[in-house]
Design a protein around this ligand. Structure first.
Ligand code: HEC
Length: 316
């Protein structure tokens, strides 16, 4: 008797688990495959890499296992000048993003072109690969697709990184991990608001509507500017450095926390950063004892702040 109930229970559990897997894993792909991926969609997935959160490659969210985004002005094989192109370099072992693993999710046209012309199925995870975004006409429409430049142009990851040089290499994928790990999303969105439909959603709140409410629920107010296109309105790396080291250096009343610890222990010249001395000098400045704030250290090439700034400035 009891055994029969176990059998019913385990079947029901199987149905519930199966159903929820269909909803979470299968149904989103149906939705995705009905729309062709945009150029922004391709740029994002190719520069961010496979997963943007906890994963086997990066359990402690250090930005490991991510591709590098480079800007090329010359053909890395022939050294001939070419029209500037953005290339996404997956060194050996770097996991590929979903569009490469599941071309179907790229949507109408992009799937066919990426496979036939782009030869993405020839990309080899163990050797690494270099991808670029190309464009072609498919059924009368202009479609963006992924080109596996390792197959079509013979570009190898190390060749491309050498040709670009460190200054033209951007660690955008690792930076997105910093954005997630540091909780920037607590205050910032990556979704500019459109005019809301008041008829449907009701009127927006007024300032006084929050008097005395504690805590206000997550999402009930806007704490900070939207960042989806921040790289278009502010392209100054120097400003970003000052603002991340201590936002009050550039916005005296900012509520944004400082992220100076992302600089790590040493600066660009390998010298230890003396945070205590910096803060003492900054406090003197903030209290009007000196007129010039202390300089923000130049960050090391492998520092977490480099990742974050590369990510923020890629948001065009
Ligand atoms: C407590 C809320 C808060 C958090 C957390 C926060 N910010 Fe901000 N941020 C602000 C506010 C408020 C401003 C506008 C005032 C200013 O510039 O400091 C701002 C401004 C910015 C700007 C300039 C925006 C523009 O329109 O030019 C950038 C870039 C930025 N934040 C990035 C980040 C990143 C990256 C993180 C995470 C590492 C982060 N912020 C975390 C509140 C926050």
């Amino acid at each position: 008797m009891a055994f029969r109930e176990y059998k019913i229970g385990s079947r029901l559990f199987g149905v519930a688990l199966g159903g929820s897997m269909v909803i979470t894993l299968y149904m989103p792909t149906v939705d995705m495959t009905s729309v062709a991926v945009t150029e922004m969609g391709l740029t994002k997935q190719l520069s961010y890499g496979r997963i943007g959160g906890f994963s086997y490659e990066d359990p402690f969210l250090r930005g490991d296992g991510k591709p590098k985004t480079v800007v090329l002005n010359k053909d890395p094989k022939t050294n001939e000048p070419i029209e500037t192109v953005q290339a996404f370099v997956y060194e050996a072992g770097t996991p590929f993003p979903s569009g490469i693993n599941h071309p179907r999710t790229l949507g109408p046209g992009a799937t066919e072109l990426s496979t036939a012309q782009g030869r993405i199925e020839e990309a080899n995870h163990d050797n690494g690969a270099v991808f670029v975004i190309s464009r072609a006409t498919h059924n009368g429409e202009t479609v963006n697709y992924i080109e596996n430049a390792s197959a079509t142009r013979g570009w190898q990851p190390s060749q491309v990184l050498n040709a670009a040089g460190d200054a033209n290499t951007h660690l955008i994928g690792s930076g997105k991990i910093m954005f997630v790990r540091e909780g920037c999303w607590w205050c910032h969105t990556l979704l500019p608001e459109q005019t809301q439909d008041w008829q449907y959603f009701g009127i927006p709140p007024r300032l006084g509507d929050y008097n005395g409410e504690s805590p206000t629920a997550f999402g009930s107010d806007r704490k900070a500017p939207d960042l989806l296109h921040v790289g278009s309105r502010n392209a100054s790396k120097e400003w970003m450095m000052m603002h991340f080291f201590n936002p009050r250096l550039v916005q005296p009343h900012s509520i944004m926390p400082r992220y100076d610890y992302l600089w790590g222990e040493n600066d660009a010249d390998g010298k230890a950063i003396d945070y205590d001395a910096w803060r003492t000098a900054y406090n003197d400045y903030a209290h009007g004892k000196t007129v010039i704030p202390p300089d923000v250290p130049n960050y090391a090439a492998d520092s977490e702040i480099r990742y974050l700034i590369d990510f923020i400035m890629s948001l065009k």
